[in-house]
Each structure stands twice: as C-alpha cells, then as structure tokens.
Design a protein. Structure first.
Lengths: 297, 352
C-alpha cells in the first residue's frame, strides 16, 4: 500500500484515514477521543459520520485539516492521506494550503461562525483573495457564490452584516465562504443542528445540489439518521471513539448489525407512532449485548 | 462601527462638551505660535512676578496698561499702574517669526503690542516670561505625550496580549508574569527608577521621547492583560476557527478578526488612560526629571511655581497650568466614561 498511495490513479481515494488515534491531555490525565479509526472516501462521494455527542466525530473532522491544538494538549497518531499526501506529516505552512482550498468546513452554529464586525461579502472576499488570487472581479465572484448558495438578491445582500441575516441565510453565507475557495472536500460538521426543521431540509437540499454542480465530496457529520438516508452514499457510525459500523447507507439503515446503531435508530421518533415514552440509549444493554456477542463468537 | 460611536458621542451633552474642550486644546497646541504674543524664552528681567496686566480702550484701540516698579511699605516692592499711559495692541499684526506646523514660515500673530509695554494676560514668572504664552506652548508637549504614549502602549498591549491570548502556552505564561511584575511595582517609583537609569544630559527632543518611552513602558501591562482575556474568549468563537479553517495565517487572524472585535475596548481604554500619561509627565517634570528649560510643559511650569515667593506673595497666576491639567484630565475622564457607556452599557469591566 505504501507506494500505491502516491499514484493518483482514478481509483486512488480522495481521502484515506488510517489508524487515526487522538488523545487529549488535561490535568495530567490522558483522554482518548478517537481510537484507531480507518476509513476512506472516493472522489465525489458523500460520507456521513453518525454518532452521539462525545463519540469523536467532530474531533475526527477537525483533525483532517490539523485544526486541533498541538502537543502537549493533544496528540495525534496514524495517517491522513489526502490525495496521497499525509497531512499529519506536513509542516504547518504546508497544511495551510490545504485548509479552505482543498478541505472546506461548515460548522454547526452559523451565528458565531461569521465575524460580527464585517459584512458577509467582506468575509467571502477574504476567502477568495486568500486562495484564488487570479480572480480579478472579486465583487462579481462574491455575488456569483451567494447566488450559488441560494441567497436571493445577492447584489443587495452581500453588503449585509451577519446579524442582518436569518439563521438559515447565515448558514448559506457560511457555505458560500467554504464554496468560494472551491474545495475538493467539504466537511459539514452538523450544519443543520442549530436550524429549525424546514430550514434544515433546505440546507441539506443545498448541499446536495452543490455537490452535484461542483463535483465536491462531502463529509457530513450528524447525529440525525433522517438526514443521512436521503443524502449520503456511505455511512460510518462512531461510538466512544471507535467506528462500530460502516457500509452503504442502504445496508446500514436496513440491517444495522451493531447494537449501538440499532439503539440510535430506535431513538428517532416517527410521525404517527402511538404515544409512548421516547426511546433512549441504554448503554448497559448495549454493553451486555456486546459481551454476549463476543462470547458467542 | 467607529463612526457610529462618534455620532452617539456627539448626541450626548457631556460627550459633546468635552469633545469641544479637548478639540480647543489641541487646536491651541497646533496654533500656539500664532495665538501667543511671545516666545517661550522671551524674558524681561525688569518685570518679574508681574501680575496680569490691565487693558483699557483709548481712541478706539485696545491698550496695555503701563506699570512702574515701586518700593512699597515694609520692603514690599510691587507694580503700580501709570494712569493714562500704555501701548496699543494691534490684531493680526506682524511680529516675531515662526513656522506654522513647523513648516510654513509666518510672522502674523493674533495680537501684538506696539510699544515698550509688555502684555501679560496671565502674569509673568520669576524671569519675566509671559505665562500665557508659555501655557499655550506647553500644551504641545503635555497633550502630545498623552497621545503618543497611549498609541505606543496600546500597540504593545495589543500585540503582547493578542499573541498571549491567541497562542497560549509558554508565551502566555511568560507575558502574563512580566505584566504582573510591572503592575506589582508602584507606578511612580518605577517611573523614577527608569528615569534614574538614564543619563542626565539630553536634548529637549530626546527627553520628550524618553518620557514617552518610560510612560508607555509602564502603561502597556494593564491593556495587555485585558486584551489577552478578550482574545482568549474570541479564540474560542467559531469565526476565528472558521478563518483558521480557511487557511488564514495567525497574524492575519489577529489583525483581521481579533483586532476589530477588541477595537471599541481599545478606544475606551486609551481615552481613560490618557490622563495618566499627562499626569505622569507633569509629575516627572514637577520633580525636575522630565521636560527642562528651554522647552516648556505644564508640569515644568508648575515646578517653577514651587518658588516660596509664589505662596508668600500670593502669585496665584503661577498655578494656571495646574488648572489646565485639571481641565484636560477631567475632560479625558468624562470622554472615557461616555465612550464606555456607548460601547458597553451593561458591563463595567474597566478599571478607571
């Protein structure tokens, strides 16, 4: 595998994570956030990473562009191969070429992701100037990108401050900032969690649309299986820093093998279901089931 | 954002008042040569400790009253009016040469006395120099020390505090221990110690910059600590992460994303700290360690009022520079308070 990863044949994956382990040190204790996970993404593919909070999915996403604090606070081992280059072996000034340009991010909370003292257009311009110095008419490009993410009247709105936009519009602006750099991979870390349900659907629709129009790969981090089903090609389920289940969306949703995945799926309330207590995740039951499974095998 | 602050400032009576007062003072500093009838060093040893001169109108022109020395009872020498005699004053007349703003050669003055008499609007000092003229010229040093000093210490404070808050770790620890060290030493002693560490013989310009340097050296620590705290909290805001994610360099993130978010604080902190610099310069000069003749500052003028005769004989006009310092300091404090109210109406996190 060592030599094959260098060539850029069409079959080479866009992103390949091998044995990624992330530890956080605090107050003299070491806490393992991600425990030896491996996965890969092909060009143009959409991967959903599902798990509850604390399962290590956001940390994994941040580690892709080396956004976690350095040692001694945090130590990372393993390999993150982006188009054949190991990002974990890059020097800090080299990694900056990947941030934004190759790997774009969209975060959960659009209201805090935009700098309150600058207009939306200014912040998009910052992204364009940084990664696409060849663009001469920055203003036209801002308007084009805002139009692309479905903001109506972009020629009026680009001069708005973040607080003048609604939550959904802010998230569209955030996506515009990410898209403006034309990344190969867009990492969306719970992009819909802070939004209400109707807007959630619109944002997911927008991401789907952008994916096909721009040919981006998307890594969607979520705890919402409902979002996964209509959107992703592949899904990985994370639990306590490990990948407990991986496969195509159809397989995993139709026949979850891991007890945690089943528990997670059971938590989703369905419209029309009889009134009863909402399901919660019973960790003791999962552990019991896992032990029995190991004993049986 | 900043022009919004300015507009709100103009809408408040207190803000408008102090802005006018301070604006006037800085205009005086710029046009001191034009407004003052005499130069800083122009002395007349025949009229020392002269009280403010009287004015009278004759033939439709303003005249300066003529005085003569007299030996009063009990050895109390003094000045006595010579009735009906004096010299006319002409306005916008030609007088001694000077350079406006240090560049444009001019010799016009607001008023010039034509004749042997001297005009002392605020009396004269122990060598017969016009206190009014010296007060106007002293405005330059006293007010510019505040502005230059604060600019330097705000820059240092922002850079040190910003870097410490942004990068954390060893840098943060070191920077914060240094600021604590500086803050632990009482300001005036540090001022004196630093001043004592440098040699005595300086040209007036060197002395000016030395004082600015010393005052900023002491002043940056408080700003640095607060900026560090604000940067630390901004560091955890997602837009900083978003900028980092975009591939922006740390310097640019500090400059583009952190600075504008702490800018309103910096303006308020600067305004509130300026009086400290003005008073610091006054204190140094008063103790004979600051500005020295032949240049002039308000502190130096006050130190010259230490002459025992001033108190024994009631030469109150020697204390006019003290009034000027008082008005300036009060104005900056009020301006700072009003600005703080505008920028941050709820919190009171600034130590005045």
């Amino acid at each position: 595998m060592t030599d094959q990863t260098r060539d850029r044949s069409p079959t080479a994956p866009l992103l390949e994570v091998r044995d990624l382990t992330i530890d956080f040190q605090s107050h003299g204790r070491s806490q393992r956030a991600v425990d030896g996970i491996s996965f890969s993404m092909a060009e143009g593919e959409t991967l959903a990473v599902v798990g509850e909070s604390g399962s290590g999915k956001s940390v994994t996403a941040l580690s892709l562009a080396r956004l976690l604090p350095g040692p001694p606070e945090c130590s990372i081992s393993g390999q993150i191969l982006f188009r054949g280059t190991d990002l974990l072996a890059c020097k800090p000034h080299e990694i900056r070429r990947y941030r934004g340009k190759e790997i774009g991010y969209v975060f959960q909370e659009p209201s805090t992701s935009l700098n309150p003292v600058f207009t939306v257009g200014y912040q998009i311009a910052e992204a364009i100037r940084l990664h696409r110095p060849e663009v001469t008419d920055v203003r036209a490009e801002i308007i084009r990108v805002l139009d692309l993410v479905g903001i109506r009247n972009p020629e009026l709105r680009w001069n708005d401050y973040p607080h003048q936009l609604s939550g959904g519009m802010q998230q569209r602006a955030m996506i515009a900032m990410a898209v403006a750099c034309q990344p190969r991979l867009m990492v969306a870390d719970e992009p819909t969690t802070a939004l209400d349900v109707t807007i959630q659907a619109q944002i997911i629709e927008l991401l789907r649309d952008l994916r096909t129009r721009l040919g981006m790969s998307v890594m969607l981090i979520t705890h919402n299986f409902g979002v996964v089903s209509g959107f992703a090609d592949k899904v990985i389920v994370m639990f306590r820093g490990r990948i407990v289940e991986a496969g195509s969306v159809e397989e995993v949703l139709a026949a979850p093998r891991h007890p945690y995945t089943r528990a997670l799926l059971a938590c989703i309330p369905r419209i029309g279901q009889k009134r009863r207590r909402l399901a919660t995740i019973d960790y003791a039951a999962i552990e019991r089931e896992l032990r029995e499974g190991e004993g049986g095998a | 954002m900043t022009d919004g602050i300015f507009r709100q400032l103009l809408r408040r009576p207190a803000g408008l008042t102090v802005l006018v007062v301070l604006g006037l003072f800085y205009l005086i500093a710029v046009f001191a040569d034009f407004l003052a009838p005499y130069s800083v060093t122009d002395q007349d040893l025949r009229s020392t400790f002269h009280p403010p001169t009287a004015l009278f109108i004759e033939d439709g022109r303003l005249h300066v009253q003529r005085y003569e020395m007299h030996d009063g009872e009990n050895d109390n020498a003094g000045y006595r009016k010579v009735p009906g005699e004096g010299s006319p004053i002409s306005f916008f007349a030609e007088g001694r040469d000077y350079r406006l703003l240090g560049l444009v050669p001019m010799n016009r003055h607001l008023f010039v006395v034509e004749g042997p008499d001297r005009l002392y609007l605020m009396g004269s000092d122990q060598v017969g120099r016009d206190i009014y003229s010296r007060l106007l010229h002293g405005t330059r040093i006293s007010l510019s020390i505040g502005l230059i000093g604060i600019a330097i210490s705000m820059c240092i404070g922002f850079i040190v505090g910003g870097l410490a808050g942004y990068f954390g770790g060893v840098l943060d620890n070191t920077a914060m221990r240094v600021t604590e060290f500086l803050m632990a030493i009482p300001g005036l002693y540090l001022l004196l110690a630093l001043r004592g560490a440098f040699a005595e013989d300086f040209t007036p310009t060197q002395m000016f910059f030395l004082i600015v340097f010393i005052l900023s050296f002491i002043g940056w620590s408080g700003t640095a600590r607060i900026i560090r705290g604000m940067t630390l909290s901004l560091r955890n805001r997602q837009f900083v992460l978003a900028a980092e994610v975009m591939g922006q360099s740390s310097w640019k993130i500090l400059w583009i994303h952190v600075l504008p978010n702490v800018f309103s604080y910096l303006i308020v902190a600067a305004t509130i700290s300026i009086p400290g610099y003005i008073l610091g310069e006054a204190a140094l000069s008063f103790l004979g360690l600051g500005i020295q003749d032949p240049s002039v500052s308000w502190g130096l003028m006050l130190s010259q009022a230490q002459n025992p005769q001033v108190f024994m004989e009631g030469y109150w006009w020697f204390l006019v520079p003290g009034l000027a310092i008082f008005v300036t300091v009060i104005s900056f404090n009020v301006l700072g308070d009003v600005l703080r109210d505008i920028v941050d109406p709820k919190q009171k996190f600034l130590r005045t």
